[in-house]
Design a protein around this ligand. Structure first.
Ligand SMILES: *Cc1c(COP(=O)(O)O)cnc(C)c1O
Length: 385
């Protein structure tokens, strides 16, 4: 009955992932393709398994990762669709990346030169048959990577068109403020981006096939800004970009559950301290359960004395500090509770139907829902259902 997944396991519901993607697809104009953002191991859900699941869905154009290594791992395991590396890629990776058809985000002149030289070499030696596709990143408000949306940016695009070994397949920007109630900033940034791309294309007398700017928040709130392709991230996994984004426009199902089992129950008298530092002391006779999970698994230590789990349809509060590999909860009022009982750390209790969402855990731990699933680390097995 118990196995290597009993201590703790992250159950990832692929049906929920498909449901969420279809909900997003239903909200954007027909024909707009979706780039599945599976950086940081698909926000902790397992990038390879999710890419394999999405590989034959025709509305999925390809994938986005944060680093070249994340992209290599997908290619090494048979993922064929286009992959865009959203961040800066350091030159050591260019040859492997271009050989494998992995698209870099380009925004520095030295990148144009080095990628161009590398692609030319690969074309000459026959490793690649066509100019290497790249995407140009434009900064319209993050002040992060990206060329400026001014004359210097237009000139950059012009120079990129001149590099014959490269093909500008796409151009994109990223919204800093699409997840707010007031969407005026995102809408203004979209206009600035659209205008910039038009000017750059006109100046060069050439067109860039794929313009993209939308993240999850924008897919939900400003679907009219979908352009040729959207980049869906957090919503794939059934989490919300922020609590200001309307939850009435599309329905999402959380894809990850974190499940463990009670490994010890003990009855203690009033006045008993619990965990490091004795920051919690029982005020009456209590029943305390130990859960074999801790911050060594990515379960936040900041849930100490604040979080709760679900056991047999009841809430059980965390008592004292979360340790590296274990924590304790109060099960005094849970009838018939016993060692081996299932514990829901994240997800839906099958008995009561109550859910602990990543948003709830984020609020309780003073963290961000995105951070929470990203931080569930490799010590926690993923099981796909
Ligand atoms: C992470 C990221 C996304 C996805 O963002 P979500 O809020 O998860 O949808 C899209 N584009 C870029 C450039 C990103 O870095």
């Amino acid at each position: 009955m118990y196995d290597e997944n009993s201590r703790v396991c992250a159950r990832v519901d692929l049906g929920a992932i498909e449901y969420n993607l279809e909900a997003m697809k239903g909200n954007i104009p027909d024909g707009v393709r979706i780039m599945a953002v599976i950086k940081t191991d698909a926000y902790g859900h397992g990038a390879l398994r999710i890419a394999q699941f999405l590989e034959d869905k025709d509305y999925i154009w390809g994938y986005a990762t944060a680093t070249a290594e994340e992209a290599f791992d997908l290619r090494d395991n048979g993922i064929d669709k286009p992959i865009l590396v959203l961040g800066y890629t350091f030159p050591y990776a260019y040859e492997k990346m271009l050989s494998l058809g992995i698209r870099p985000a380009v925004f520095r002149e030295d990148m144009l030169k080095e990628l161009g030289d590398c692609a030319e070499k690969l074309l000459r030696s026959g490793v690649i048959k066509n100019p290497a596709p790249i995407h140009i990143a434009v900064d319209t408000g993050m002040s992060r990577i990206g060329i400026r949306h001014d004359k210097s940016g237009e000139e950059f695009v012009g120079k990129a068109f001149e590099v014959e070994s490269l093909e500008i397949e796409g151009i994109f920007t990223h919204f800093a403020r699409a997840d707010e109630k007031d969407l005026s900033n995102a809408k203004e940034r979209e206009q600035i981006f659209a205008e910039f791309v038009k000017n750059a294309e006109t100046a060069a007398g050439r067109k860039i096939p794929i313009h993209h700017c939308a993240n999850s928040a924008s897919i939900i709130s400003i679907p009219e800004s979908s352009m040729d392709m959207v980049r869906a991230g957090v919503t794939i996994y059934g989490m919300w970009p922020s609590d200001e984004v309307s939850k009435d426009i599309i329905d999402l199902k959380p894809a990850m559950e974190l499940v463990s089992h009670i490994v010890m129950i003990k009855e203690v008298p009033a006045g008993t301290p619990v965990s490091y530092g004795g920051t919690f002391v029982t005020d009456s006779a209590s029943k305390i359960a130990t859960i074999p999970v801790g911050y060594g698994d990515g379960y936040p230590r900041s849930l100490s004395n604040k979080g709760y789990v679900l056991i047999n349809g009841h809430r059980a509060n965390i008592l004292g500090r979360v340790c590296m590999d274990q924590f304790m909860v109060d099960v005094t009022d849970i009838p018939d509770v016993k060692e081996g009982d299932k514990v829901i750390l994240l997800g839906k209790d099958p008995v009561s139907g109550e859910t602990i969402s990543a948003e709830t855990l984020g609020d309780l731990s003073g963290r961000f829902n995105y951070e929470l699933t990203c931080d569930i680390n490799h010590r926690v097995p993923r099981v796909y259902i």
